[in-house]
Design a protein around this ligand. Structure first.
Ligand code: URA
Length: 236
């Protein structure tokens, strides 16, 4: 790989900035000053330093984030904090969230730069399951369980796939868990709206066989384990 590409991918700067750094003798490869941006390096074995600091390499990164409310599911935004801003130990600058949670939704969000895995997980053909916990303004009953099981008609153009609704508390404010197999915009909120109820709190608990780690507080994250990654790849 070219030295300037490596430094840019690892987030040291833009391609033109890192070219300047290299020209200004800020970069060493295995302890030797290198001044050519197109110098070829072996990312897995060479030690690259910028201003004396090692620039570590990761081809792919995978993080599980417990998304807090108030943060948007985007890679970058000029005004608002994004989920990527929360991953402050990231090495790469090309990370993105796998799918979107609404700004006010909490819970499991996978963050990676692995486009192929993302494509598989989000493909409408794969029907990867997503489990949510929700608090609902309204008394959720067996009637809604049946409607969800049969597929809620959201509007003329869209009927949701059958979904599993489990009632935890059925009261003026109900608590439920629901599993869906697609990921349309505001899907859970629209499903409840279609049965005359409002979602007042929403948290994602799982995506496929990846479960939110209960030790992660809101806004905290950790790398996926090998087992978790293998589990996600099993969806491919
Ligand atoms: N459904 C919603 O309505 N919002 C989310 O953030 C996720 C699923």
């Amino acid at each position: 790989m070219r030295l300037d590409k490596y430094l840019a991918e690892m987030g040291v700067g833009t391609r033109s900035q890192v070219k300047q750094y290299i020209r200004k003798c800020c970069v060493t490869v295995n302890g030797e000053l290198v001044r050519q941006s197109d110098a070829q390096i072996a990312p897995e074995t060479d030690e690259i330093c910028y201003n004396g600091q090692t620039v570590g390499y990761a081809a792919f990164e995978y993080y599980m984030l417990n998304k807090p409310a108030g943060v948007i599911s985007a890679s970058e935004d000029k005004k608002q904090e994004t989920v990527i801003d929360l991953i402050d130990t990231r090495l790469r600058k090309d990370l993105f969230p796998v799918g979107r949670l609404d700004k006010d939704t909490e819970g499991l969000l996978l963050i990676t730069n692995d486009g192929a895995l993302t494509h598989q997980l989000l493909s409408p053909k794969k029907h990867v399951s997503k489990r949510y916990f929700a608090r609902i303004d309204g008394k959720v009953t067996e009637r809604e369980v049946k409607v969800f099981r049969e597929g809620v008609a959201i509007d003329e153009d869209f009927t949701a796939l059958p979904a599993e609704l489990d009632i935890l508390i059925s009261d003026d404010i109900s608590e439920i868990e629901v599993v869906i197999y697609e990921g349309k915009f505001h899907q859970i909120k629209r499903m409840f709206e279609a049965v005359g109820m409002e979602v007042i709190y929403l948290k994602r608990l799982s995506m496929g066989n990846l479960l939110l780690d209960g030790h992660l507080g809101l806004g905290e994250y950790r790398p996926l384990t090998e087992e978790e990654l293998a589990g996600l790849r099993a969806h491919e």
